[in-house]
Design a protein around this ligand. Sequence first.
Ligand code: ADP
Ligand code: MG
Length: 229
Amino acid sequence: MSESDKVVIEVEALSKSVASGDSALTILHDISFRVQRGESMAIVGASGSGKSTLLGLLAGLDEPSTGFVKLDGHNLANLNEDGRAALRGRLLGFVFQSFQLLPALTALENVMLPLELGAPERRATARTQATAMLERVGLGHRLNHYPKHLSGGEQQRVALARAFVVQPQILLADEPTGNLDAATGMQIIDLMFEMNAEQGATLILVTHDNGLANRCGRILRLASGHLLD
Ligand SMILES: Nc1ncnc2c1ncn2[C@@H]1O[C@H](COP(=O)(O)OP(=O)(O)O)[C@@H](O)[C@H]1O
Ligand SMILES: [Mg+2]
């Protein structure tokens, strides 16, 4: 592999401004960094420092005001909405603070969904793969439960299973323990690092927990939308 092949995320001179009354509010200022394959990196900073905005830009869910993001060599600015969605489906897994499971689907159906939206060979084995992944996170006995009948920790395990079932190259997690008690949060984090090690994904973890950040290979600090070094 050449040096450039090792870079899976490239962020260059990224900024984000939004209209606020008569003036523009700048949420992120001139952010540049690179992440190599298999790295784990925490993004830390106070509430309102721009962490979620940065994650949304990395995922191509939002468009920057200046600069660019490249994922696996693809510049998101050169893709349209459909192209970005296809790239996300192929490369990315997400875990959110609020779990974001679909309430009308069972645990098993939630985990099958990204496989069913993917390539035909993934669709054919969706049920088997999703079942195996739910067993992996300790929920083999909860396959047919709906999210509202699962605890917060169980819902986040389903969300982890859904994120990892597609074997993403990059896992993005936005304060994944924010809605859980400390002990349950720790179990979720252990599980996330274990599955990440098994699959060799690149992990980008947003947190304001320093203990958690210190488990990552690298820490990126944001303050009022600026990258500190
Ligand atoms: N669409 C938007 N319009 C206006 N302000 C926004 C918008 N999105 C985020 N912000 C503001 O930008 C700042 C950073 O938000 P966010 O990225 O959610 O921070 P964090 O995740 O670090 O708590 C906050 O002050 C927030 O209120
Ligand atoms: Mg946030």
